[in-house]
Design a protein around this ligand. Structure first.
Ligand code: PEP
Ligand code: MN
Length: 349
């Protein structure tokens, strides 16, 4: 259910409706929009009685949301969600494209700084790097853990880049929430519902990657888990799915981008690195992703990919990253987008 407030409804009236909903044993999610505030109602105790709600002051109408996902749906919030990063010009969603770049894993301070310096110079605003790695083999490099987070915090201080890094379990979630700007939840954890709920109780943006074989509805339901706990700052990321195709590591499903944009207000990025697994496919698919309407790109960049401890074959060289940025900058206006180059951080007062 969705309560649509009148355009002139006062904060007190909105508050009173929320309290009424909570007294009935449901959860109220006030969602301010450009024209009016809507209040999403969630809960798993059946349907709320709409009659009472309609009579509360300031209420314009009460609408039944028929989709399985509610808070993630455009039915509940028409305008695109834009996630801002306080004190910077960086954002995810809306007209400006967001570029997240960096190595698969943080390996050493020297490796991370070398890559960060080059992606920052090319105009990225977000730096990615895994400190906690979900690896297929227990004998593969598992990440530097807390040391990796410390290295990324130094990168933020030195270059201004906002940090995106993965949490793989409850323990790493607490650490990542403390050190990073965006919490990544990886493909393998897309349906780890207890982890999603915990991330939902935090007030930091969550970048949710599509599961290895998740349908669009499953993907949005996972976003809903996070939002149902009150964290509305969710960024979706298409990263390829398993198919019979064996010319690429995964099949990058770009057709999900317009489908998501139609059904949901949440921003969606595309990861052509995991989506293809091949360095030579990354730039073409990044171009295509922007053309389909993606809100940005997450890409793996390594200065010495042949020596990388994870995902070297799909990591592009820094020079290729510059080319990718130049190409995206040219494609952006065709799809009414803009690529901001570089992050500006307001001086601390
Ligand atoms: C990653 O981004 O490093 C990663 C492990 O991605 P995914 O969860 O999409 O496999
Ligand atoms: Mn990787």
């Amino acid at each position: 259910m969705l309560v649509v407030m009148k355009a002139q409804a006062t904060p007190e009236q909105i508050q009173a409706v929320c309290e009424h909903i909570e007294q009935l044993g449901f959860r109220a999610h006030p969602l301010p929009g450009a024209q009016r505030t809507a209040i999403g109602i969630t809960g798993n105790k059946g349907e709320v009685d709409r009659g009472n709600l309609e009579s509360l002051s300031g209420v314009a109408e009460v609408i039944r949301v028929s989709k399985a996902y509610k808070l993630a749906s455009r039915d509940v919030k028409e305008e695109d969600t834009i996630i801002g990063f306080a004190g910077t010009n960086a954002s995810i969603g809306g007209r400006n494209l967001a570029i997240v770049a960096g190595p698969c894993s943080i390996e050493t301070p020297a490796q991370a700084f070398a890559i960060a310096e080059q992606v920052a110079a090319a105009g990225a605003q977000f730096f990615r790097g895994g400190a906690f790695k979900p690896r297929t083999s227990p004998y593969a490099f598992q990440g530097l853990g807390l040391e990796g987070l410390r290295i990324m915090a130094e990168i933020r201080d030195r270059f201004g880049l906002r940090i995106v890094t993965e949490a793989i379990d409850n323990e790493s979630l607490a650490l990542v929430a403390e050190w990073a700007d965006v919490i990544q939840i990886g493909a393998r954890n897309m349906q780890n519902f207890s982890l999603l709920k915990r991330a939902g109780r935090l007030r930091k943006p969550v970048l949710l990657k599509r599961g290895l074989s998740a349908t669009l509805e499953e993907f949005l339901m996972s976003a809903e888990y996070i939002m149902s706990e009150g964290n509305y700052q969710v960024i979706l990321c298409e990263r390829g799915v398993r198919t019979f195709a064996d010319h690429s590591r995964n099949t990058l499903d770009l057709s999900i981008v317009p489908a998501i944009r139609r059904l949901s207000h949440l921003p969606i990025l595309v990861d052509p690195s995991h989506g293809t697994g091949r360095r030579d496919s990354v730039l073409p698919m990044a171009r295509a992703a922007i053309a389909t309407g993606a809100d940005g790109i997450m890409v793996e960049v390594h200065h010495q990919p042949e020596k990388a401890l994870s995902d070297g074959p799909q990591s592009i060289y820094p020079a290729q990253f510059v080319t990718m940025m130049d190409e995206i900058e040219q494609i952006a206006p065709v799809v009414a987008r803009h690529l901001p180059r570089g992050i500006h951080v307001a001086a601390e007062v």
